[in-house]
Design a protein around this ligand. Structure first.
Ligand SMILES: [Zn+2]
Length: 264
C-alpha cells in the first residue's frame, strides 16, 4: 500500500465536456439533467472517504447506470486516463500491491455499482492489471491511495528458507499483528486478503532473492556480506517503505547473514 499524489481536476467541467461529446441528443440532455445530482455525489465522496466499505450507491443515478458508465469510454477520457497512469508511474509501482507495473486505471468505487463516479478523477486510480482484476472480483478495499494514510510500522515479515540445500530460497510472508492497532489490523486483512498479497509476494520472492545474490556476486571482493545486506535493506526501506515485499525480504536476509554467508 502506498500513497499517490492527487492531481486536482475540475471534475464538473470534465463531466460537462464528456456529456456534451456524447453522440445522441437524448443522452446529452439526460446527462445535462443529472449534472446537479452528480455534483452533489462528488461532494459526498470527499466527505465519506474514511468509510469506503459502507459507501451507498445513489439510487436515482443507478437508474441511469448505462449512460453514466459509458462516459468512461468516451474519447474525451483518453488523455485523462494516460495522465492518471503517468501520475502513478512517476512515483513508482501499483499503489495497492506495491510491486505490479501500472498498466490500468482502476475505479476505486466500481462503476458497475457506482456509475456516478465513472469519470470522477478522485475515483480513478493508477494500478496494475492484477490488482484491478482482483478488485473487480472482490469489491471494495478499504485503502484509497489518494486519501488514506499508509501504516508506518514494519508489520510485513518474511521468512526465507533453503530447505533443499540449494542456493534457491523460498519465502513465507506473514503479518506481525502485535505492531498494529485493531483498526490497522482490519485494514491490512481487508487489503491483503482481497488482493491475495501474501500469495503474490511468495510467488516472486525466489527470483527476487536470486537477483540480489547475483548483485552481491559482482561486488563481493569489495565489501563484506553484512555491509552489503545492511545497505541493501536501507535502500529498499527508503525506496519502497517498510511493508514492501522487497523491504521485508531484505530484512530477512540481514537477519540470516550467517546462514547466507555459507551459501554465497
Ligand atoms: Zn497491484
Amino acid at each position: 500500500m502506498r500513497r499517490v499524489r492527487v492531481k486536482v481536476k475540475h471534475n464538473m467541467k470534465l463531466f460537462s465536456k464528456v456529456s456534451a461529446n456524447r453522440q445522441l441528443i437524448l443522452t446529452r440532455n439526460t446527462l445535462r439533467g443529472l449534472a446537479n445530482l452528480v455534483s452533489a455525489t462528488y461532494r459526498l465522496y470527499m466527505r465519506q472517504k474514511p468509510r469506503w466499505g459502507s459507501f451507498t450507491p445513489n439510487r436515482t443515478l443507478a437508474a441511469h447506470r448505462t449512460i453514466l458508465e459509458a462516459n468512461y469510454n468516451n474519447p474525451m477520457m483518453e488523455d485523462i486516463k494516460s495522465e492518471i497512469r503517468q501520475n502513478g508511474k512517476d512515483s513508482g509501482d501499483c499503489p495497492f500491491c506495491g510491486f505490479g507495473e501500472i498498466t490500468d486505471v482502476d475505479h476505486f468505487l466500481p462503476s458497475s455499482s457506482y456509475p456516478e463516479y465513472s469519470i470522477y478523477t478522485n475515483n480513478l486510480i493508477p494500478s496494475c492489471h492484477r490488482c484491478n482484476n482482483l478488485k473487480n472480483n472482490s469489491g471494495l478495499v478499504n485503502f484509497h491511495p489518494y486519501f488514506d494514510n499508509v501504516i508506518n510500522s514494519e508489520f510485513l515479515v518474511c521468512n526465507l528458507t533453503n530447505k533443499r540445500q540449494t542456493v534457491l530460497f523460498s519465502g513465507r510472508f506473514s503479518i506481525d499483528y502485535s505492531l498494529l492497532t485493531t483498526t490497522e489490523s482490519s485494514l491490512v486483512n481487508d487489503v491483503y486478503g482481497k488482493l491475495d498479497l501474501i500469495e503474490r509476494f511468495e510467488s516472486v520472492v525466489t527470483n527476487h532473492v536470486e537477483g540480489i545474490r547475483t548483485d552481491y556476486d559482482k561486488i563481493r571482493n569489495f565489501v563484506t556480506i553484512q555491509i552489503f545486506l545492511q545497505s541493501h535493506y536501507d535502500s529498499k526501506l527508503q525506496l519502497h517503505g517498510p511493508n514492501h515485499y522487497k523491504t521485508a525480504t531484505a530484512k530477512s536476509l540481514l537477519n540470516n547473514v550467517s546462514l547466507l554467508s555459507t551459501i554465497w
